[in-house]
Design a protein around this ligand. Sequence first.
Ligand code: 2SA
Ligand code: MG
Length: 426
Amino acid sequence: MANVVVVGAQWGDEGKGKIVDWLSERADIIARFQGGHNAGHTLVIDGKVYKLNALPSGVVRGGKLSVIGNGVVLDPWHLVTEIEKIREQGVEISPETLMIAENTPLILPIHGELDRAREEASSKGTKIGTTGRGIGPAYEDKVGRRSVRVADLADEATLTARVDRALQHHDPLRKGLGIEPIDRDGLIAQLKEIAPEILKYAAPVWKVLAENRKQGKRILFEGAQGSLLDIDFGTYPFVTSSNVVAGQAAAGTGMGPGAIDFVLGIVKAYTTRVGEGPFPTELDDADGQRLGERGREFGTVTGRKRRCGWFDAALVRQTCAVSGVSGIALTKLDVLDGFDVLKICVGYDLDGKRLDYLPTAADEQARCTPVYEEIEGWNESTEGARSWADLPAAAIKYVRRIEELIDCPVAMLSTSPEREDTILVT
Ligand code: 2SA
Ligand code: MG
């Protein structure tokens, strides 16, 4: 298989980091195509834990090219700190192993400030529960045509003009929210200082990828967040500000859609969500508590406790369709060990009518109640299983039922954070 896109098929935190790491062995290039340092990808290699936000997961494997594509929004200060941290863990990062698209928009301190101030000013119902990292405001500036982009760092006159254009928009906004005015010269000085640290990785990524593709190099596109957080197809407005679906892999790096050979959807064996917004199968009871504890469900970026609930097959069927998922990797099955009965949401009841998808209108979403199917649990441990034969019959039944309900085959099964604990389904 040549080029694979990995996307989260739920609300993020499906365990993409491990799968991407597993697949990166079979790839030459690993590319991020959306999101920013709101992502939290955890990799466990030989017991050593690496936590990545903006860097593609490929950096921890030697001999690969890691790419930050134009679809990403990049906080240059965070990136430099992240590179330092990962270097301290013994990972080598150089302009030969990391490239940043020159047309990548930057996240500036004003974006984080605006993000946090807006969240603070909102109340339940309007609050999004963002990571507070300035992702939304940075994307707003991108489509508003007032971003400072990586390439702008190379020329002082351009940089100054870009900053002034952005501030023209931001100054009144800040005033309205009671944030003190920006120190323009200070911001420009900060940007000039960080510029060489970023520019050394800057490259025409679209061109590098096209050339590599011609040579038969394999590209792994690493999605962040999950399809239900997609700006178009997610539970709007409780979403992130980028397209998360697989189609974005092409536009977010500068390749045609034909460059994508396989879309791997990462799916957790139950459901979690961090942040506000609808979550039909959410559990407020002991079962939900148990999922959270056994699954260690805390946000890697913010440390927030994740909301937990039963597997929602209707939602995953939907996200597999919009991302054109070719096969899924099912993760964290072991968290379900020891439940007597498991529930799977197969659709919704809306005012007495049965739906097999989540409607778009917010009021309808709120009135939807999940329709569950019950399935027998298992007592045996599935943790660390490395073949189908290691799995109890009831666990296999659960996996097969999911496959049927989401209308998409299971390609991989992950049974612990360690990369070796993976079952390939052929
Ligand atoms: P933002 O900051 O503007 O992207 O937030 C908007 C919504 O998107 C959600 N979001 C996430 N959901 C799950 N995981 C994410 N990454 C971190 C992690 C999150 C963390 O891996 O754990 O540490 O809290 C992520 N990033 C954004 C967010 O919760 C909002 O609902
Ligand atoms: Mg995460």
